[in-house]
Design a binder for this molecule. Structure first.
Ligand code: SIN
Ligand code: FE
Length: 307
């Protein structure tokens, strides 16, 4: 499959310019940063010196043996329910406390970075990802070593944004190695000619069969296709605009993962906190994938504006 050149390639921001290094060293302390415009512009906010402190007694949790073997992450739901781990009640409590402390610090960080979002961001799961990236085996669709934007077959986002805080907690020197691709609009324009509308009735059927947790909107259908088209296009994976970045142990990064094209090439032991934001609550709603796609495709994508 050949990939057409991006339209107006010369005016498009090169991926390297999407990486922004910031010198914060504390999650909670420090001035309000007001970085909404950067993160909404598709930047990766990289904090090389923002460390999540793993206590000595918690070091033992940096080991895949705590996984229950069913899911690749150990996650803590907002209601303090730990999933994906096994151990004694006492051990699981200590593990939940560690992930919970990260969730608290991630919340403090986003409150400080994005004052405009206060009271509007909704916290989702926090997770510990103890597996070595290279050892994960999966189908091409689940292969996160291929550039993609996050979109989930069973969990329609219906236009809502996915803001993620990641931190590398590897106890040694192993970096989390990412590739970062072109800006979302250039990506959307490149793949737009290959996007197909959903079959009539398919969203209702998927909901009825409980394949999806809520009804997919045409937006979700488009995002899933973008996810799959990018991952399936080996020419694009190899030759598409991209840069690499190493996130060292003791560093943190923040991205809209439904917007930033990303791939993980290596690393082990990372923590992640997901936040949700309605696009109407952005500083510049026009930059939301929903609004970009509606512009690029010239049609509405089934997400009602909020009253
Ligand atoms: C992803 O969202 O693709 C995974 C990122 C990572 O594991 O570093
Ligand atoms: Fe991803």
């Amino acid at each position: 499959m050949s990939t057409p050149p991006p339209p107006a390639a010369s005016s498009v921001t090169p991926p390297q310019q999407l990486l922004r290094r910031l010198d914060d060293t504390d999650w909670a302390d420090g001035p309000a940063r007001h970085l909404e415009h950067l993160v909404e512009g598709g930047c990766v906010l990289h904090f090389p010196d923002l460390r999540f402190v793993v206590h000595d007694a918690e070091r033992q949790f940096l080991d895949p043996r705590w996984s229950d073997g069913k899911s690749k992450n150990i996650s803590l739901r907002a209601a303090s329910r730990l999933r994906g781990a096994h151990g004694s009640a006492q051990e699981l409590q200590a593990l939940a406390a560690m992930i919970g402390r990260f969730a608290t610090e991630a919340q403090q960080l986003v409150d400080r970075l994005f004052p405009q979002y206060r009271g509007k961001l909704r916290a989702g799961n926090a997770s510990l990802r103890p597996f070595e990236v290279a050892t994960r085996s999966s189908s091409w669709r689940h292969d996160d070593t291929r550039l993609h934007v996050d979109a989930f077959p069973s969990n329609p986002m219906r236009g809502v944004r996915l803001l993620r805080v990641f931190t590398n907690v590897h106890p040694g020197l192993q970096p989390r190695q990412w590739r970062v691709g072109e800006p979302f609009e250039a990506f959307a324009r490149r793949f737009a000619p290959r996007l197909r509308r959903p079959l009539p009735g398919s969203a209702q059927l998927l909901r009825l069969l409980r394949v999806t947790k809520s009804q997919r909107t045409p937006y979700d259908h488009a995002m899933l296709q973008l996810h799959d088209l990018a991952k399936a296009d080996l020419d694009y994976q190899r030759d598409g605009p991209q840069t690499t970045v190493d996130f060292l142990p003791g560093s943190t990064w923040v991205v809209y993962s439904d917007q930033v094209l990303h791939a993980v090439m290596g690393g082990q032991h990372m923590m992640e906190q997901t936040f949700y934001l309605h696009p109407d609550d952005q500083l510049v709603p026009d930059t939301a994938p929903l609004n970009v796609l509606q512009r690029v495709l010239g049609r509405e994508l089934g997400v009602p504006r909020r009253a």
